[in-house]
Design a protein around this ligand. Structure first.
Ligand code: PHE
Length: 476
């Protein structure tokens, strides 16, 4: 058996490298595309409140569970092997690793549509880039081709993209190939290097655009929208959505953190690291809200526009704003950076498993997984055209109306990730050897008891209830 870390790789070169890569995994389309979309659709404040509660009470403890299982997993770099190994060390059935398997499969499926959506982002990186550079060269600073054009021209940009499966396919291929190129190089020279460039650039852009929005947009209204909860708008589905979003955004339940955890040295204290990941991820989601909604409100747009929010609403807003061409370009570049560090982590989990299981080298493993995931992504794209009538889980009320992409997104986010979380919380809270775990987390005394209490009692209970009522709303 070849371990994914063999072949000259020793895992992360430092704690900072690990933290950056893990934050890179967590911060992505989930924060900038999904979170504002969901908050907008579910009435703002109440959703944000439930989301933050889910992150603190369930997400954060589970981040520590996953990283810890990865490192404790005896040198296995894949989620299944790690869980099986911890089960063995704890003298319980190796079957618990089935939840690791659920994670690897979820990562594979998420990557497929993630790359399609990231392709949409690329589309706008190119358009806004052309606008921006075009305006530089035309001598009309910052007023690009689409700036100043009638609104319909901009609204049409997304329609044009969706009407062209070939364009979507090409962009999807481009994004997947970029991800593949980085993962194929390895943990140290690929994943770590990419994160150490992309994440700092991401943060600089995020802060700059938020400041810009605060000065030019309706910041007060955005604040009120995000932080004034109207609990009457909270449905069980919204709560399920908030929990699923917490899992998705923190990269839980999808092999990423277990795999990244397996590359962490024994000297790193895991608990504070988990705290940093959760804090950074949640901070970015809220900052993204504060970046996007002032612009949305100032331009008189609808915050509940759904997935079109950042691809249609925002370009309209950029069109009329001062330096809009520059801001638009910076904005889409920022999302692209965030998406790339996440897709890398989505690919790495299944790749590590493929390396371990079939004993093949990293490069072929990465090519095979990326190609297979690409093909599933193609099905998502066809869901916008030839296969628009296909309902993968049409028999199930909550998926009866969703296209292929939304079904895979919904099924992984609402079902698979929480299910893996449920299984692993029971495993870590009840079955895994307590001393082994205590030593791995580095927590002692009351802190350990609190963490274990949340993992053993609250997480399984809450996730179970939310799953039941979210997936079968008619039970209520
Ligand atoms: N957390 C990433 C995001 O918010 C997506 C992701 C999910 C990455 C699962 C890795 C694993 O965009």
């Amino acid at each position: 058996m070849v371990a994914a870390t063999q072949g000259g790789e020793q895992g992360w070169s430092s704690r900072t490298a690990f933290v950056l890569a893990a934050i890179g995994a967590a911060v992505g389309l989930g924060n900038i595309w999904r979170f504002p979309t969901l908050a907008g659709e579910n009435g703002g404040g109440a959703f944000v409140f439930v989301y933050v509660v889910c992150v603190i009470l369930i997400g954060l403890p589970m981040v520590l569970v996953e990283i810890m299982l990865g490192r404790a997993g005896g040198g296995h770099a894949n989620a299944i092997g790690s869980v099986a190994d911890v089960a063995e060390q704890s003298k319980v059935s190796r079957k618990w690793s089935i939840f690791g398997g659920c994670e690897v499969l979820a990562a594979f499926l998420i990557l497929s549509f993630y790359s399609v959506v990231a392709g949409w982002v690329l589309n706008f990186v190119f358009i806004s880039g052309a606008d921006f550079f075009g305006s530089l060269f035309s001598g009309a600073p910052l007023a690009g081709a689409h700036v100043g054009e009638p609104q319909e021209a901009v609204t049409g940009l997304m329609g044009e993209l969706f009407a062209s499966p070939w364009r979507m396919l090409l962009l999807h291929a481009l994004f997947m190939a970029t991800t593949l190129g980085i993962v194929a190089v390895g943990v140290h020279d690929g994943i770590e290097k990419a994160a150490s460039w992309l994440m700092p650039s991401f943060f600089v852009l995020l802060v700059l655009i938020t400041i810009y929005g605060a000065f030019t947009g309706d910041f007060a209204r955005a604040l009120a929208f995000l932080f004034t909860p109207d609990f009457s708008r909270l449905s069980p589905t919204a709560i399920n959505e908030a929990l699923g979003q917490a899992f998705f955004s923190l990269s839980l339940g999808s092999a990423a953190l277990i795999t990244y955890g397996s590359y962490v040295g024994s000297d790193v204290k895991l608990a504070p690291t988990a705290g940093m990941i959760a804090a950074a991820d949640t901070g970015v989601a809220i900052l993204a809200g504060l970046m996007i909604f002032p612009i949305v409100f100032t331009a008189g747009l609808d915050p509940s526009a759904g997935p079109a929010l950042i691809f249609q609403s925002l370009p309209i807003a950029f069109q009329t704003m001062p330096a809009g061409a520059l801001i638009g370009f910076a904005f889409f570049l920022l999302i692209f950076f965030a998406a790339l560090t996440s897709s890398i982590s989505l690919l790495e989990g299944p790749v590590a498993w493929t390396i371990d299981t079939f004993g093949i080298a990293r490069r072929p493993a990465a090519v095979i997984v990326a190609l297979a995931s690409f093909v599933v992504g193609v099905a998502c794209i066809l869901g916008y055209g030839a296969w628009s009538d296909v309902r993968l889980l049409g028999f199930w009320a909550i998926f009866a109306e969703t296209d292929i992409l939304d079904t895979i997104d919904g099924f992984t986010g609402k079902v698979m990730l929480p299910l893996a979380g449920l299984g692993l919380s029971i495993f870590a809270g009840w079955r895994a050897d307590r001393r082994l775990i205590e030593a791995q987390t580095g927590l002692t005394g009351g802190a350990f008891l609190l963490w274990r209490g949340l993992v053993a009692w609250l997480a399984p209970f809450a996730v179970f209830l939310i799953l039941i009522f979210g997936l079968f709303p008619w039970l209520l």
